[in-house]
Write a protein that binds this ligand. Structure first.
Ligand code: MG
Length: 156
């Protein structure tokens, strides 16, 4: 058995009046993420971890934000396409772990729903999602944006 580990990181700006898509679900909140896609910063970090592990570059390389085809796209489709790309090289996700830093809203009540949506796309239940605030420090703490780190292990 061959294993590869990858890491992903992404940040998106919060703006009033936009829908908040995070971890594959819609969260009712007065603000959402500015992006070319639906702005799902957690999925973007996860895709980068998976692509990184497979040695396939990054999300911007595969799904450029200059391409109108990806305007407003459901990031779950980007994740599914990422899985298709690594599957083509024989890889499957062994496990993944995501850390979301967001000051508000509280994400704890939404974690199970995120896992229920993302696990079938990943092809494993070995998905962990954690959420933290930054104790009001920095751009996350000021409510200006969301920061996400992800790690994925691939096996083949
Ligand atoms: Mg992004």
């Amino acid at each position: 058995m061959e294993f590869r580990i990858g890491h992903g990181y992404d940040v998106h700006t919060l703006q009033d009046g936009l829908p908040m898509w995070l971890g594959g679900i819609r969260i009712e909140y007065a603000r959402g993420f500015v992006a070319h896609s639906d702005g799902d910063v957690a999925i973007h970090a996860l895709c980068d971890a998976i692509l990184g592990a497979a040695g396939l570059g990054d999300i911007g390389l595969h799904f450029p934000d200059s391409d109108p085809a990806f305007k407003g796209i459901d990031s779950k489709r980007l994740l599914a396409e990422t899985i298709r790309k690594i599957s083509a090289e024989g890889w499957k996700v062994a496990n993944a772990d995501i850390t979301i830093a967001l000051q508000a809203p509280k994400l704890r009540p939404h974690i199970d729903a995120m896992k229920a949506v993302l696990s079938p796309i990943l092809g494993t239940d070995a998905l962990n999602i954690k959420a933290t605030t930054t104790e009001r420090l920095g751009f996350v703490g000021r409510g200006e944006g969301c920061e996400v780190w992800a790690v994925a292990l691939l096996e083949r």
